[in-house]
Write a protein that binds this ligand. Structure first.
Ligand SMILES: O=C(CO)[C@@H](O)[C@H](O)[C@H](O)[C@H](O)COP(=O)(O)O
Ligand SMILES: O=C[C@H](O)COP(=O)(O)O
Length: 939
């Protein structure tokens, strides 16, 4: 048997004398707990100096915290606390188990600078206890004379305490006294004593390191004393430990102790510390094998633990040779060695051994902090031409209103004047600071990723609609899969062809399915979840839930359902962050981390922008506010079609921006329409309703677009250019655009955080689905205005045949209008190419903006603008017969019927808002049908 496991038979607990973020994240600590019976962790300032100060593992977290304005001390505490919390969570099952034997603890030490400061130690001990906020943390307090009252007080307060830096027996006695007195204080106050655990850390190898050379020197002098000294070399530390153990047995017996025990108290166990051997003449396991005894702990460095695994011989030895141990200690004075005095030196030296590396650690954090705060974000370049004056006036107005501070204070009257609207605004601004919160969640996410990989998963499918999947789509398109990442697919359509495609392309039993829904009530993700859960049930029976993860808001019904279905994990997101503002929360970051991206770095960039968009200073120095003010003013001046020009690799940023801008601003007849995916042309093809936004990677030559944009700027179109260093800057851009969108909404005087018209389409769909459930099919529709080549055309306009209907429909276009293609079809390159051709022909001929989206995805995105924005859209809806339809488990309808109901429901909502619509049913073959439409189109 592995000696690390076998040692448990002797009631000895092995803890690890080390902590670092990589071992928390990469599953190494988890494996030691699971496979090797590891029962706790200790940290100290020197350990953190090594893991944080001597590595780059914490760099992005340091930068992110620095950019939040944290001081060097605060940064250290945040990092240490996050690691300790993550380790506590790994030990939690042991701590909660019936045979915890007072184990499952992670120790965090107070600042070494407080070593002689009682009150400071108490205050920091309580503060760390509250901040870590885990029942299985132990606060480490040095056993100095000043530390003793602090130990008593903390124990009385119910804090678990690891008393550190004990080198001598007399001090050990005082430590146990402080512990007992603390328990008695607590009992007197009528407070419970159960589960207040404490350990007394006796430092061993350092005793031999100090005393051995003295003994060796005397031994070298020869004679009787020399012989005695020689016989004591290497014996003093073990003798001290053995004596301490005898004291422990006496102290925790007898009436005083029994009275406390009767109230549930546990003994303060001895913990052997400094147990890595420092003397090559000794056995590497000297301070491990010889100190095995019941109810003791040994905190062992990584290397020693690994040696013990290979060749450890576990057996109880702690009470072997007790007489000899007593003799060793008794005879030291004969050699002029006052152990008490020497241990005082060790105590002072011990404090120094923590203070020095700690000072170096703070120095190294401070350097990184200074570097981070010196970094600035790239300014957007704005060529606003004739609109500059109006934008300047708006900026001035904002400055007069002290808008920047008001924005951060969530002063909702900056947006709307009605109470309900103001309440909604105040309730949904959690995104402003959520990146900060997520910095602390990075270890949790990365640990989860490692668990998933260790469990053998080979693929991830993220399933959800709109804001719940948009960021994963952007990450996947903008980054190559990260090292060690898992391939990822995103399902955000009820199109049966696409569902089928995903099902056929993934190894089902080894695929992790993430059901992402903020509300937990959206019909599509719940249907996707049910569909794949049924498939996994066929393969894995009761274990199907192992393959499922939920991301949702706390309290949603989905939390209960996912719990009942035994989902592997439920990530609870933030109720105060709306879907389209959730890219930098669990919704975006869990999938990104599974895909192998270093999410800490994405957050770091976001926080850089957050800082630049901070609560102080004029609007002009604030990149988010400035962009928002410009976009708001431009839209009000008729430049409301935000035409996005991006490199291919950032193509899907357009999808994200479409949702953010259109769904936030497209209401009350106002709004900004994002236009993505139109190839850039020369000025002659554009109307006077455009603003061009060019997002490009620094150093990437894009002369063709750059030249065209210059021509457009010269022709009087506003052009805004943003440079990204690399794809990690997506974090920065997410944040910039979230701020800008909220600010543009303030210019319009609307609430950016609701989506009333998305709801109206959902309600119309629900009504149709009710009809399907009652009648078995969707209600019969009206007669087509034309039918040709297997394609049916439905519209309020009349015309002769397909060409006539198309002509009449497009004849309605006026300057400032836009055409919107809505494809409820399986996304294929051929379909996309035909839709693009249609867009280009309409744009060239009619000089109107064109947009295109696959349904039902866009319903959760631009759908809000279509119905709530200005009535300037010409909507062409494409449907087909769903040739590859799929049944939905537990429901009386198929994916295809569900999708058709969504299309019809949205059409109804468009008509209810007097929109101009043309529905084109393409029949059995969508690709051929689209070709027929293009052939019939004369403009
Ligand atoms: O937490 C504890 C003791 O509770 C340990 O981390 C303790 O600080 C370490 O064992 C010692 O500092 C290590 O000492 P050494 O091996 O450097 O002499
Ligand atoms: O953009 C949001 C979509 O409507 C999905 O909402 P959900 O996350 O509540 O499912």
């Amino acid at each position: 048997m592995n000696p690390l496991v076998a040692i448990r038979a002797f009631d000895q607990s092995l803890w690890l004398d080390f902590i670092s973020r990589p071992i928390l994240i990469n599953g190494k600590l988890q494996r030691r707990i699971q496979d090797e019976a590891l029962r706790g962790v200790t940290s100290n300032p020197a350990i953190f100096a090594k893991s944080i100060g001597d590595s780059a593992d914490y760099d992005s977290a340091i930068k992110a915290l620095a950019l939040q304005g944290k001081t060097t001390d605060e940064i250290y505490t945040s990092l240490a606390v996050a690691d300790v919390q993550a380790a506590c969570d790994l030990f939690r099952p042991l701590y909660d188990s019936a045979d915890n034997a007072s184990d499952g603890y992670v120790s965090l030490e107070v600042s070494p600078l407080l070593v002689n400061d009682t009150e400071g130690t108490i205050a920091e001990g309580l503060e760390l206890w509250r901040t870590v906020n885990r029942p299985n943390v132990m606060i480490k307090v040095p056993a100095t004379l000043e530390g003793l009252p602090a130990i008593r007080r903390l124990i009385a307060e119910g804090v678990n305490v690891n008393v550190t830096l004990i080198f001598g027996l007399e001090r050990y006695r005082l430590v146990t006294e402080a512990f007992l007195a603390g328990l008695e204080d607590r009992a007197k106050a009528g407070l419970p004593l159960a589960r207040i655990d404490s350990v007394a850390s006796f430092f061993l190898s350092r005793i031999d390191v100090l005393i051995d050379p003295v003994l060796e020197k005397i031994a070298a002098e020869g004679g009787e004393k020399g012989a005695l000294a020689q016989s004591l070399v290497g014996e003093v530390a073990l003798a001290s430990a053995k004596q301490a153990y005898q004291m422990y047995k006496q102290i925790f017996a007898g009436p005083r102790w029994e009275a406390l025990k009767a109230q549930g108290a546990e003994t303060q166990r001895l913990l052997w510390a400094s147990t890595g051997n420092k003397n090559p003449k000794y056995d590497d396991l000297k301070y491990v094998e010889n100190l095995i005894g019941p109810k003791t702990v040994n905190t062992v460095p990584v290397e020693t633990l690994d040696i013990f695994r290979e060749k450890g011989q576990p057996a109880v030895r702690l009470e072997d040779g007790l007489d000899k141990a007593a003799e060793v200690l008794r005879r030291l004075p004969e050699l002029g060695i006052d152990l008490e005095e020497r241990t005082n030196f060790l105590e002072e030296d011990g404090a120094k051994k923590f203070k020095e590396p700690f000072a170096k650690l703070l120095e190294s954090i401070d350097k990184k902090r200074a570097l981070a705060v010196a970094t600035t974000v790239d300014e957007a370049t704005m060529q606003l031409g004739q609109f500059q004056a109006a934008v300047d006036a708006q900026v001035e107005k904002f400055n007069q209103q002290n808008f920047t501070a008001g924005f951060w204070d969530k002063k909702a009257d900056l947006w709307v004047q009605d109470e309900a609207g103001q309440h909604s605004i105040r309730s949904f601004m959690g995104w402003l600071r959520v990146a900060e919160t997520m910095v602390g969640a990075v270890p949790e996410i990365e640990t989860f990723v490692n668990e998933v990989k260790a469990a053998g998963f080979k693929h991830v499918v993220v399933m959800g609609m709109g804001g719940s999947t948009m960021a994963p789509i952007v990450f996947k398109a903008s980054f190559p899969m990260g090292e060690g990442g898992l391939p990822m697919s995103v399902l955000d359509t009820t199109d049966p062809g696409t569902v089928r495609e995903i099902e056929e392309s993934v190894p089902l039993a080894d695929t992790l399915f993430i059901v992402a829904s903020k509300s937990g009530t959206t019909a599509e993700p719940l249907a996707f979840g049910d569909y794949f859960y049924a498939k996994l049930k066929e393969l894995k029976g009761d274990k199907a839930g192992d393959n499922f993860v939920a991301i949702t808001d706390p309290g949603s019904k989905f939390v209960t359902d996912a719990t009942n279905a035994k989902y592997r994990r439920i990530f609870l997101n933030f109720p105060e962050v709306g879907g389209r503002f959730s890219a930098l929360t669990y919704f975006g970051l869990v999938p990104a981390a599974l895909y192998g991206l270093p999410v800490g770095e994405i957050l770091e960039r976001a926080i850089l922008m957050m800082r630049a968009c901070g609560a102080y200073g004029p609007v002009n120095d604030n990149p988010g506010l400035k962009l928002g003010a410009a976009l708001g003013v431009l839209a009000e001046q008729g430049r409301d079609k935000l035409t996005l020009v991006v490199p291919d690799s950032l193509h899907d940023l357009g999808l994200w921006l479409e949702q953010l801008l259109a769904e936030s601003t497209g209401k009350e007849g106002k709004g900004i329409l994002p236009v993505a995916g139109e190839p850039l042309g020369d000025p002659s093809i554009y109307g006077n309703d455009r603003v061009f936004v060019y997002v490009v990677y620094e150093g990437q030559a894009d002369e063709a677009n750059a030249g065209k944009l210059q021509a457009l700027a010269q022709a009087g179109h506003p052009v805004i250019s943003i440079r990204m260093k690399d794809a990690f800057d997506l974090g920065q851009e997410f944040y910039r655009w979230e701020v800008a969108t909220a600010v543009a909404s303030a210019v319009f005087g609307i609430n950016p955080f609701d989506q009333p018209n998305v709801q109206s389409a959902k309600t119309a769909t629900d009504k149709l689905m009710k009809a399907v459930q009652e009648q078995g099919h969707l209600p019969e529709g009206e007669q087509p205005a034309a039918s040709e080549n297997g394609v049916d055309y439905y519209s309020a306009v009349q015309g002769n045949g397909a060409a006539g209907v198309l002509k009449a429909f497009f004849a309605q276009a006026k300057p400032g209008d836009f055409m919107c293609l809505q494809a409820y079809l399986t996304e294929t390159p051929a379909v996309t190419a035909s839709l693009q051709e249609l867009r280009q022909r309409v744009q060239q001929a009619l000089h109107i903006a064109t947009t295109s989206g696959y349904g039902p995805r866009f319903l959760h995105s631009t759908g809000q603008y279509h119905k709530g924005g200005p009535n300037t859209g010409l909507f062409v809806q494409f449907t087909d017969d769903n040739p590859q339809d799929l049944p939905l488990p537990g429901r009386s309808y198929t994916f295809g019927t569900f999708k058709n109901a969504q299309a019809l429901g949205d059409l109804q909502a468009l008509l209810d808002n007097d929109r101009r619509t043309l529905r084109v049913h393409l029949g059995h073959n969508a690709e051929a049908g689209l070709k027929a439409v293009l052939a019939a189109l004369e403009l």
